[in-house]
Design a protein around this ligand. Sequence first.
Ligand SMILES: NC(=O)c1ccc[n+]([C@@H]2O[C@H](COP(=O)([O-])OP(=O)(O)OC[C@H]3O[C@@H](n4cnc5c(N)ncnc54)[C@H](OP(=O)(O)O)[C@@H]3O)[C@@H](O)[C@H]2O)c1
Length: 335
Amino acid sequence: MKAVVLEKSVSSQDLTVTEVDQPQPEDDEVLIKVKYSGVNYADILSRKGLYSWAGKRPYIMGLEAAGEVVETGKNVSDVEIGDRLVYGGQSGGYAEYLTVNQEYVLPAPENYTWEECAGFGVTFFTAWVAMHEMARVRPGETMLVHSAAGGVGTAAIQLGRVHGMQVFGTASQPHKRAKVEELGATAFSYDDFDTRLNEMEIRPDMVLETVGGDVYRRSFDLLAPMGRTVLVGASSIKVNKWNPLSLYRAYKALPSARMSQVLRRSRGFMGVHLGYMLKKPDILKPSWERMLEVIAEHDLHPEIDRVFPMSKVGEAHDWIDNRHNIGKVLLDPTE
Ligand SMILES: NC(=O)c1ccc[n+]([C@@H]2O[C@H](COP(=O)([O-])OP(=O)(O)OC[C@H]3O[C@@H](n4cnc5c(N)ncnc54)[C@H](OP(=O)(O)O)[C@@H]3O)[C@@H](O)[C@H]2O)c1
């Protein structure tokens, strides 16, 4: 089968599709024929050797995919051939087929297209866990979402709006800010979001932090008393591993909070990493089910930006790394 195997840190142009053996399901596993694979910002960090959760190389890249079950192991009881599933895991997404233990498979929403099935899992669930499991947001609260036109950002805006929240979002370019507004949030640039919120006398109850550095510090300062920052990423932090000054700068730009600030101003500083939680399906699955109910009740859909053929995987990485995407980028493994 065709797959993108990462053997060492490479530039985007050096990512290639290779032929590897098709995996066979073990007794507790199912074999999924992948329809589309999701491309995540974390894949770019993995390719550069900068992602702490990445597996041991060589591995097939890709943290998520959606597809149809085509074979089941002999102990598999809850999943049937033909089921539509969403996959999330440490590797294996950029391939024509993947195997997964039945314990970790997630059902896909019935009314979604295959593109939507592959594009909503990580985006919506990251936003959902940050908002509902960590920050425990309430209707009427205010939320500031950074990189709001991205995959996670567009999901967070939608989840916030249907929960009765007032949502504000940052994005780097006017056409991205237009999308943020279209989804029901008030859009700002990174340059002036704090000035604008101060003018409006609004202090966010929650910040969904995805950017890091100065953006993080200015946002944390803005938080309302009893406000919560939930850190999910830090896309602005660029590291050159071989340059000690770059490493030092990246370390300084990583979001962190002094307990004295947290305590004196009654604020929360939290983090979410879905990857490290994946081995806890007993905790994640009930939350996933609750999220699916909300998605169905309000007919929410992920923003799909573009589908690249898997043979153009490097271009897909560059598209995100160069900040072109609005919503989710996917790969078609058949092309
Ligand atoms: N913790 C978790 O479990 C988890 C799960 C999924 C994603 N994440 C994190 O959540 C964030 C969003 O992920 P995503 O996959 O949905 O990506 P994305 O938001 O679709 O793409 C990344 C966005 O980051 C923004 N950005 C800000 N500064 C940047 C810079 N210096 N260079 C490049 N991009 C910059 C860009 O939007 P603008 O051009 O508008 O600034 C860019 O479009 C990422 O930090 C990712 O690592 C975390």
